[in-house]
Design a protein around this ligand. Structure first.
Ligand code: NAD
Length: 340
């Protein structure tokens, strides 16, 4: 494969566990048909803990993403037991994936409770209540520290406004509970306001999290881009996935001045109950791959693949069982390829 200029892009692929390899195969097939100039470097989760990463992910796998700066990740079953770091935490920390970006769109032709959802949640991914700082003060009393820093808040706010501008979005809503968490969420809001001033063309508003939940459930069409601290983002992004039927792409992105890592992943898990049965729905991983293509500015191929997925679902002839159909993974994938 090569781009118009003859360039081949290398990207890391973690097929993952359970249904992961089957749906990763679907993405490869679709990329082939669309002529995407990407060469995959495949990495699997190891069977032993790598002492260099303290995780089942090897140092070589992480180096692959660092080198390529872009990757696609299938679902990974976190091995049970002590003495190792969770796979997702390892990826997040080692690669500094500080913003978790989840677009949430209604699928035309697939009826859910709402048909006008078109929003994006951007979640700070490194601190807040998930800083891992918990301890017992005395017997029966525990304490957990919520960390909010100016640096991480400015970084995610900057990403949210940059994303809004780059994607033709009109409004950024900062979600908070600063009326109670005056210092922590207060600092988060202060940082959002500072960044908002640099983007006068994007509307900015602040919404208290409880009000945000009610509005999302009553009228999700009112939101555009939402930016928020870690814990709120974890909950709100799943609430939003539920509004459109439960699945969607999930892309933690990290950028710094010179390097940008983009690791796109599906929200769902490894679905061990249907693994190896050719029943899995590859849509979420395909849509994540589309986000990866947009990050690489392969907008033409991204549009073609995205439209083909939407058409296949809207037609309804080849839907997988989770969407009420009878099609296998390969039948659905072939239909998407036909539409491309
Ligand atoms: P799950 O998402 O794997 O499965 C929940 C239900 O949804 C199952 O009935 C499954 O069959 C169905 N399902 C999920 N994805 C589907 C798809 N693409 N097509 C059709 N049906 C699908 O959640 P779980 O059972 O709680 O977790 C299983 C494993 O996945 C665990 O080991 C968990 O740690 C891991 N997990 C990984 C990630 C990740 O890597 N990002 C996320 C969640 C769970």
């Amino acid at each position: 494969f090569s781009t118009a200029s003859g360039e081949t892009i290398r990207a890391t692929l973690f097929p993952g566990d359970g249904i992961g390899p089957e749906i990763a195969e679907s993405v490869k097939q679709v990329f082939n048909v669309a002529g995407v100039p990407i060469e995959w470097e495949e990495h699997y989760v190891g069977t032993e803990v790598d002492p260099r990463t303290e995780s089942f992910l090897t140092w070589e796998s992480l180096e692959s993403v660092r080198r390529n700066k872009v990757g696609l990740k299938g679902p990974m079953a976190t091995p049970i037991g002590k003495g190792h770091r969770s796979l997702n935490l390892t990826l997040r920390k080692e690669l500094g994936l500080y913003a978790n970006v989840r677009p949430c769109n209604s699928l035309p032709g697939y009826k859910t409770r709402y048909d006008d959802v078109n929003l994006v949640t951007i979640r700070e991914n490194t601190e807040g209540e998930y800083s891992g700082l918990e301890h017992q003060v005395v017997r029966g009393v525990v304490e957990s520290l919520k960390i909010i820093t100016r640096q991480a808040s400015l970084r995610v706010a900057e990403y949210a406004f940059h994303y809004a501008k780059a994607n033709g979005r009109e409004r950024v809503s900062a979600i908070h509970k600063a009326n109670i968490m005056r210092k922590t969420d207060g600092l988060f809001l202060k940082c959002c306001r500072e960044v908002a001033e640099k983007y006068p063309e994007i509307q900015y508003e602040e919404v208290i999290i409880d009000n945000c939940c009610m509005t999302l459930v009553k009228n999700p069409g009112l939101f555009d881009v939402l930016v928020m601290p870690n814990l709120y983002g974890d909950i709100i992004s799943d609430l939003c996935a539920g509004l459109i039927g439960g699945f969607g792409p999930d892309t933690p992105v990290a950028t710094s001045v010179k390097v940008a890592f983009c690791l796109a992943e599906a929200v769902h898990g490894s679905a061990p109950d249907i693994a190896g049965m050719n029943l899995a729905n590859p849509t979420a991983l395909m849509l994540s791959a589309v986000m990866m293509l947009r990050h690489l500015q392969f907008n033409d191929q991204a549009d073609r693949i995205h439209n083909a997925i939407l058409k296949t679902i809207a037609e309804g002839k080849f839907r997988t069982a989770d969407l009420g159909g009878k099609a296998s993974t390969s039948e659905f994938t072939n239909a998407v390829c036909d539409h491309i």
